[in-house]
Design a protein around this ligand. Structure first.
Ligand code: OGA
Ligand code: MN
Length: 286
């Protein structure tokens, strides 16, 4: 069946640019066709949509209940002033932490299903977002490594991942809660995740993962680093150079993503709507 929009795959094992549609105006059949494309490509990029906030939230809700509606991912404070990189406040440290490959909310009891992410203001240099396909990464492992990782799990923690870049957040602030530090107990997740809709296996790794039970700390750290280094390589990576008005939706159940550095004397204002994971398939172990 031809789709009521155009899908142009990007030059990677995943990802497509989708044009010829207005996201707020999709009828039921068009949305179902789009959902099929999302499961196939895992990352859909919609240039020049310029969604209103309520339109972004409504679009995301079609994919399931939300973990949160609208989070600013930005170096601009509410009063319009810029956060200074050298001062390294908790928000800047999170922006810096995001530069490590990760999946969202894997350190929570239920990891995220996905995100709708849009660009309002973009810097002239840098600030691209990268994604990496953990389905094709798993598929590309040799048989012995596949057999090994099948049996393993890892703890996930935001205190761990931020600690690795020297960030110990100030307790009890609004940012502490908003950025996800509160109630953060390490949760255990398998290294191989089965996608609830497609049945495909993928590597569940990233910066929040640490301390594989049964391995010595150094061996665990080394394996997790080797897996990320192997996984996040062409043709499994794609970086998007944003223009204001662009919208993407990614599948957090089979992709990693990363922020990239930008000139922090310029403004970057992005909006993140996080789709909640299904407690049946995105819950941590135990
Ligand atoms: C996020 C994230 C990357 C970026 O919002 O979860 O990792 O490019 N963002 O800002
Ligand atoms: Mn993220």
């Amino acid at each position: 069946m031809t789709k009521p929009f155009d899908v142009l795959p990007v030059d990677a094992s995943f990802g497509a640019v989708v044009t010829g549609l207005r996201l707020p105006e999709l009828d039921g059949p068009a949305w179902r066709a789009l959902h099929d494309s999302w499961l196939e490509y895992a990352l859909l990029i919609f240039p020049g949509q310029f969604l209103e906030k309520d339109e972004q939230i409504a679009f995301a809700r079609r994919f399931g209940p939300l973990e949160f509606e609208m989070g600013a991912v930005s170096n601009v404070r509410e009063d319009g002033t810029l956060r200074v990189e050298e001062e390294g406040d908790d928000v800047v440290k999170i922006l810096k932490g995001n530069e490590g490959w990760h999946a969202d909310s894997t350190f929570k009891p239920i990891q995220a299903k996905g995100a709708v992410f849009s660009a309002e203001v973009v810097p002239t240099v840098g600030g691209h977002t990268g994604w990496a396909d953990m389905r094709s990464a798993y598929d590309a492992l040799d048989a012995a490594t596949k057999a090994k990782v099948e049996t393993l799990s890892a703890y996930h923690s935001l205190h761990y991942s931020q600690g690795r870049i020297g960030h110990v957040p100030k307790k009890g602030t609004d940012d502490y809660r908003r950025l996800g530090f509160e109630g953060d107990e390490d949760v255990l997740r398998p290294l191989v995740k089965v996608h609830p809709d497609t049945g495909r296996k993928s590597l569940l790794i990233g910066r929040h993962a640490h301390d594989i039970p049964g391995l010595a700390p150094e061996a665990s750290q080394q394996l997790l680093q080797e897996l990320i280094d192997f996984a996040a390589q062409p043709p499994r990576v794609y970086h998007h150079d944003w223009r204001a008005g662009d919208v993407v939706i990614w599948d957090n159940r089979c992709l990693l993503h990363q922020a990239t550095p930008f000139d922090m004397t310029q403004r970057r204002i992005m909006w993140h709507t996080r789709i909640a994971g299904d407690p049946v398939s995105e819950a941590a172990l135990g």
